[in-house]
Write a protein that binds this ligand. Sequence first.
Ligand SMILES: Cc1cc2nc3c(=O)[nH]c(=O)nc-3n(C[C@H](O)[C@H](O)[C@H](O)COP(=O)(O)OP(=O)(O)OC[C@H]3O[C@@H](n4cnc5c(N)ncnc54)[C@H](O)[C@@H]3O)c2cc1C
Length: 331
Amino acid sequence: MNDYELVIIGAGPTGLFATFLSGLRDIKSITLEALDYTGGQIPELYPEKTVYDVQGIPRINAMELRDKMYEQAKMFNNEIALNSKVTDIIQSSDGFIIEVNGEKKYTCRAVLICTGIGDFEPRKIGCPGENEFYHKGVDYTVKDIKRFSDKTVAVIGGGDAALDYANELADYAKKIYVIHHSEKFKAAEKTLKNALSNNKIQVIMNTSVTKISGDNYIKNITLKNEIDKTEKNMDIDEMVIAIGHIGKANVFKSVKLETNATGRNIMVSQGYETNIKGIYAVGDIATIEGEAIHPLIAVDGGDAYNAINYIKKFLTPNASIFGGHSSNLNI
Ligand SMILES: Cc1cc2nc3c(=O)[nH]c(=O)nc-3n(C[C@H](O)[C@H](O)[C@H](O)COP(=O)(O)OP(=O)(O)OC[C@H]3O[C@@H](n4cnc5c(N)ncnc54)[C@H](O)[C@@H]3O)c2cc1C
């Protein structure tokens, strides 16, 4: 007996909607998300943006949309586990064994891969000291904000993430330097305006970090002015590097999933099944017969609906593919 009928990998917009749909079709599922939050590209790449192209919602802040997707995903109490990176899918006699963070953890009959552009890895500066002082003053996200109380913090980057962090940290830190390699910020206007008007935040433009130094903990960074090429040292207590993330295509080593020519998308049939029976893929990661599927929330959502219906039929051959109208439910 398997732990679950279905394991959904990824809790971006597609995985969250698939989680809701599993509940709707009475499928016992768990959704595994590598990060410690849901929403995929939304919180990571465009939290401040307004989305206009989701049916029935003329305009909505992206994070508000994510929150609504999460609320909908939890409607039938299907499980969502965070910090759960699926590292392998192993075929068993009656389905699959799912390896999470390197450990064999769950068994299931079917798998739905919703890994989008892959799990995110922070983009690195690539300067000496960056790896050495990781978690010793150098971080890529702000998790425990109180840790920054009364500290001098260098925030690296010029996009939404960097300026958002600077604004958040300003409530706690003593001083924040936003260090940006170019002469132009790429953040939302409101975010930028807040940062520029905060007297705890000082921006240093056209400047790169070339070295990170310290003893057991970060103490100092070397800054290079990209215009006159001069270098100077700056004493700091903490550093947050927020220069973006890199999406990595997923490879589950025990199953040979067929991909398209770029190797970045998993090939699926019209029924969203991969070349391996019982493993399905949908959303930004999937491609039908090599053709690009438009990477949009509404399109991915429609595909997720179809995929879950096909999965229901796979799990329960007597079930019909169409599960009925939700407006008939009395919940
Ligand atoms: C700047 C920007 C603006 C956009 N604006 C719009 C818009 O206005 N309207 C619109 O419709 N679309 C928009 N999009 C596109 C939309 O965000 C994507 O189509 C959507 O996020 C795809 O959802 P997904 O769940 O398939 O993938 P993702 O959002 O990429 O989510 C995948 C999830 O899977 C997780 N994951 C990956 N690998 C593993 C693993 N091995 N184990 C566990 N978890 C894993 C990831 O951490 C991530 O949370 C925009 C995209 C960008 C970048």
